[in-house]
Design a protein around this ligand. Structure first.
Ligand SMILES: Nc1ncnc2c1ncn2[C@@H]1O[C@H](COP(=O)(O)OP(=O)(O)O)[C@@H](O)[C@H]1O
Ligand SMILES: [Mg+2]
Length: 349
């Protein structure tokens, strides 16, 4: 097949996406597909564009990518674009998508994951991996996700959502739940997330979160263990436990190797394992996810579990959680990428 792997983009998770994309491209190439790995924002900026040739010869916009310790400088990325346009799609990206049999979305966060790209591709008549636009949008906004979870009985921590327009000193002073967790509603990779214990910390955390977005979620802090459950085509994979060596699962602990211990299959009794897997499948189902996704959980000392969120385009580096979970079930990385393509194509039949 001709497969366009879309990576990069302009979200705070740009770097992670480039790592995911280059690994997915490599894996699918090994499976015998013709692969064009393209930065959806930068596009193809050379003058010799010929889409047929590009797929025939293969194209990879980056060879050595890595995830830095801090979020990428997006203004700098914008300034590097040749035509300086403010369109989402870089040069020739639409031609590449149209020519491909399917696009593998190796994007994370922002406009790659929030449903806008999915809707645009639908209108262009382009097939892509993973969830459609509505589920993507619902899963991207944690306040929307939580209302759907509450409606369908998927357990999730109590929360309040603040809009920037209602935010002032009085609202801040009224807040009385500590410890709590402050997070931008549509963030990812823990960017802008803080765990706070005092009113002073709360004020600072809210200001920080509002730098990213005008909607901020304040959630009840759950003390306990953290897990994640990948779901492929509606069926849960083995559960992975996430144990950061220090602090919580923040940006650095997520992407710098050696900072977090991950155990898969997680050390949980049979009953808890089955319950968490059923909740993950239910979360996937009620949000309307398609193809694959990943649902995150906390488990407190009473054995109560809480779903934090669902990720519609979860990390796909070899160190990412879903590839580790698939491996625990005997599915290697290349087969996993191929499987995602296969299950995603089913919805177009
Ligand atoms: N209610 C909570 N209680 C305890 N820890 C939390 C809570 N919410 C988030 N966290 C911690 O913050 C991390 C990021 O939060 P999450 O809601 O998953 O946002 P993101 O989309 O950025 O991954 C989680 O992986 C977890 O370690
Ligand atoms: Mg998360």
């Amino acid at each position: 097949m001709n497969i366009a792997v879309l990576a990069g983009g302009l979200s705070t998770e740009r770097d992670v996406s480039i790592t995911s994309g280059s690994m997915v491209a490599k894996a699918l190439r090994k499976k015998g597909h013709h692969i064009v790995l393209i930065d959806v924002f930068m596009g193809y900026e050379q003058d010799n564009f010929n889409v047929e040739k590009l797929f025939e010869n293969g194209y990879d916009f980056t060879k050595d990518s890595f995830v830095g310790e801090s979020i990428p400088d997006l203004a700098e990325v914008r300034s590097r674009r040749r035509d300086k346009s403010d369109r989402f799609f870089g040069e020739h990206v639409e031609d590449i998508c149209r020519y491909a049999d399917i696009c593998f979305l190796a994007l994370h966060g922002g406009d790659g994951e929030n449903g806008k790209l999915q809707a645009a591709l639908d209108l262009m008549g382009v097939k892509y991996t993973g969830s459609g636009y509505l589920a993507s949008a619902a899963a991207m906004d944690k306040s929307v996700t939580k209302s759907i979870f509450l409606h369908h009985g998927v357990p999730t921590p109590n929360s309040i959502c603040y809009r920037l327009s209602d935010w002032n000193d009085e609202a801040c002073a009224k807040h009385s739940i500590y410890p709590c967790v402050v997070k931008p509603c549509s963030g990812g990779s823990s960017v802008g997330v803080s765990i706070v214990e005092t009113p002073d910390e709360f004020k600072k955390a809210m200001e920080e979160a509002f730098r990213y977005e005008t909607k901020v979620l304040v959630e009840q802090y759950i003390k306990g263990r953290e897990f994640s459950v990948g779901v492929i085509n509606g069926k849960a994979l083995p559960i992975i436990e996430i144990i950061p060596k220090t602090g919580f699962y923040d940006y650095i602990n997520k992407y710098q190797s050696g900072r977090t211990e991950e155990i898969c299959p997680a050390n949980l009794d049979e009953e808890t394992t089955a319950r968490m897997q059923r909740e993950a499948e239910k979360a996937y189902d009620v949000l309307g996810l398609e193809g694959y996704g990943r649902v995150d959980f906390l488990l407190d000392n009473n054995g109560d579990m809480f779903s934090l969120e669902a990720n519609t385009l979860p990390g796909m580096t070899s160190a990412s959680l879903i590839p580790q979970e698939a491996a625990a079930e005997g599915i290697g990385y290349e087969d996993l990428c191929n499987k995602i393509v296969e299950v995603s194509l089913e919805k177009y039949k």
